[in-house]
Design a protein around this ligand. Structure first.
Ligand SMILES: C[S@@+](CC[C@H](N)C(=O)[O-])C[C@H]1O[C@@H](n2cnc3c(N)ncnc32)[C@H](O)[C@@H]1O
Length: 436
């Protein structure tokens, strides 16, 4: 492999205000190599381009979701490849890290995810209500305390906690069905969905796995036996308020304004990423996304309790979400995703496609991704490998692919060429990121 001078990639380090190392380059800057992928020569940049400490992600992101990435990842590309007002898209949006970060930076957003929980968890954070409004609304929720469970959840919740959860569930369902669910209800729905189960006293449940990985009732019973624990009462309203306060704790007035402004034209979809006919062609300046990776995450099993709370059919959703067991099946699906991305991307626009570490790094999905993008008509600007030593924070809010003290993101960057004939005059994404 041909080691190259990192050149303008040094811009990344000056943005962070200090020199950074990487596994390959203990002396400082990132390492650039030329590698052969599917008959093409591709630049590969390895370094620590962003870290948890560099710029703390805004607290508004702190909603847990399996295999989510850190806000620093989309921020890196959005700030370099788009201008305020440009449209940023994520076809596999999850908890909405890309679109929330784009909104904080004053960009327009389109969010898509086959799982409707994604909209429930993302949209309300573009328009946070005041804490007083949330407290008032919680007080108005009718208390029936009817223990009409339909499903036995006594292994997770104290009976009084469960009665409160059922009241809230019924209230939100009525508001939604009567078309009266407003911004405050949706916020409460989002926070409650996030607080259902977890591993601290900040959640409604007894100790269990983190909130994005609900275990089955049977496994929870065994966990309770092993830990000799029984669910204690939790005050759901006070926990909703505490989490609400925490989510907005470092949101500035300007950022609130940005979110609110973006929310007016924000688009939320729950399509299959292969077919998004309501997104006009040539409309998106930048896509930053991470697709489902092979079979590593079982969104259906993880989400059954969150679906129950929101009256969603988790089996139906599970069947619609892409789960592929072989690289061949995965590339088949992603081939179609790239065709769709090429259709909707503006000439000169870019796609940053993150694939993380799969099967302990034995499968380099990034190298499979390169020919998929180029077959769809994009040019490959390079592969960017971000290695970082993870901190406690990044471990919590981060990432499904941490191991042994490092977290690696593998991003393939593509560009759609200009149809008009003045490429020379317009700076390409590759140049703007310093990859050239
Ligand atoms: C790796 S997660 C994305 C996480 C996201 N980057 C974040 O920070 O939260 C992949 C997402 O793809 C969604 N998904 C799976 N198959 C899909 C499909 N065919 N079309 C659209 N979304 C899909 C899953 O529901 C999941 O939310």
């Amino acid at each position: 492999m041909n080691k190259m001078n990192p050149g303008r990639i040094g811009l990344f380090t000056s943005d962070r205000g200090r020199a950074e190392g990487s596994a390959e380059s203990p002396a400082g800057g990132p390492v650039t190599e030329l590698i052969q992928v599917g008959g093409e020569c591709v630049r590969k940049y390895t370094g620590e381009f962003w870290t948890a400490g560099q710029r703390r992600g805004n607290s508004i992101h702190e909603i847990s979701y399996r295999a989510c990435f850190k806000p620093q990842l989309p921020a890196f590309f959005i700030s370099r490849l788009t201008e305020p007002g440009d449209v940023v898209y994520d076809p596999f949006s999850g908890r909405g890290t890309t679109v929330i970060e784009a909104a904080l930076l004053g960009r327009g957003v389109i969010s898509n995810d086959r799982n409707p929980l994604s909209i429930i968890l993302t949209r309300p954070r573009l328009k946070p209500p005041t804490l007083d409004d949330i407290a008032d609304r919680l007080e108005k929720i009718p208390v029936s305390r009817e223990a009409e469970y339909g499903v036995d959840l006594s292994m997770f919740f104290h009976r009084d906690t469960l009665a409160e959860i059922l009241d809230l569930r019924r209230y939100l369902s009525d508001r939604s069905e009567s078309g009266k669910e407003d911004q405050i209800d949706s916020w409460i729905r989002m926070v409650a969905t996030n607080r259902l189960t977890g591993h601290s006293r900040g959640f409604f449940s007894v100790y269990t796995l983190p909130p994005n990985q609900a275990v089955s009732p049977e496994r929870q019973r065994k966990l309770n036996e092993r830990r000799s624990q029984t669910p204690e009462y939790r005050d759901t309203h006070s926990l909703i308020l505490t989490k609400s306060r925490s989510l907005v704790r470092n949101l500035s007035a300007t950022e609130r304004e940005m979110l609110e402004k973006t929310s007016r034209d924000a688009v939320f979809l729950s399509c299959d990423a292969r077919s998004t006919p309501c997104i006009p062609e040539d409309s998106v300046m930048l896509t930053v996304t991470s697709p489902p990776f092979l079979d590593v995450v079982q969104y259906r099993l993880d989400n059954w309790l969150r679906c129950w709370f929101n009256m969603l059919d988790s089996d139906l959703i599970g069947n619609q979400i892409t789960v592929t067991r072989s690289v061949q099946d995965w590339t088949g699906v992603m081939t179609q995703v790239f065709r769709e991305l090429h259709r909707i991307t503006r000439p000169g626009g870019a796609v940053a496609f993150e694939v993380g570490e799969v099967r302990k790094g034995t499968i380099r999905l990034d190298e499979y991704v390169v020919p998929l993008g180029t077959a769809a008509g994009f040019s490959c600007e390079g592969i960017l490998i971000n290695r970082q030593r993870f901190t406690k924070t990044s471990n919590i809010w981060g990432i499904g692919n941490n191991r042994a003290g490092t977290n690696t993101n593998r991003i393939v960057l593509f560009r759609k060429s200009f149809r008009i004939n003045h490429q020379e005059e317009i700076e390409s994404p590759e140049e703007k990121t310093g990859l050239k």
